[in-house]
Ligand binder design. Sequence first.
Ligand SMILES: [Zn+2]
Length: 308
Amino acid sequence: MITAYHHPGFAVPLGEHVMPMRKFALVADAVHAEALARVQAPAPIAEGDLLRAHTPEYVRAVRTGEPRALAESQKFPWSPALHFSVLLTNGGVVAAARAALADGVAAAVASGFHHAHADHGEGFCTFNGLVVAADVLHAEGAVARVAVLDCDLHYGNGTASLCGGRPHLYNCSIYGNDYHQNQPFRDVSVVRHEDGPNHRSYALPNGSGRPALLEALERGATDLLAWGRPDLVLYQAGADPYREDPYSPLDLDHEDLRQRDRWVFEWAKRHGFPIAWVLAGGYTADVSKVVAVHVGTFEVARLVFRRV
Ligand SMILES: [Zn+2]
């Protein structure tokens, strides 16, 4: 059975907030109830492991709440509970990455936090769990190369900024909300950007459906393999590309996103790449539709990897 890392402390009580924190528990409950995964609690990450990817000033600000503007740069109100929750969620990403190396596949019922930079947070992302996990396993000698396959609606700008000076890391960001701001039109093809020696991104035109998404995955995988064979793939299975998401200009329904997940898992399996996935964004007002996307990823993973 697939191991999925979740802890009730992943969700900080924020009241009415655009980030639907409760989705994490709803997904964990559903995968447990449907026996799609074995849900385990991760340990909070050690501060020393955060310091591999983040500056001491920033890590200290999130621990102490001061300076407040820096502690809240991810746009969450700071509290001791917020600090503990980000230690747990980042611990969950590291645990899932480790479990994937042992079992071939694993998940963290948390976000990957791809907007977090070395010295500040952004877009509800405090610490960049993807880069932290890559750095922890690389420092241990467990992996030589880690690839991030980021299929959140948004461009993984934090991960992109952290690619510099990390030849062990590759970032492939497939997104529908063009960060480069040069492609506002419908019915044009996927635009590929060379963002750095170890980073490529693929902008999906507004209105894109399944064909454009699969084309971007094919092109992204080709570029990734040209960089090298990863020892681990970290997959951001975002729910915000979903057509009803308030941020999504794409035309992707639940089945399209299941086909995306199937493509990714079959690709990883075919190449023998261990893969750990995280949930990432999803803001549809009816949270059950967001949960359905994330549970769909578990259903597809079980099918592809035949873990029952
Ligand atoms: Zn997003």
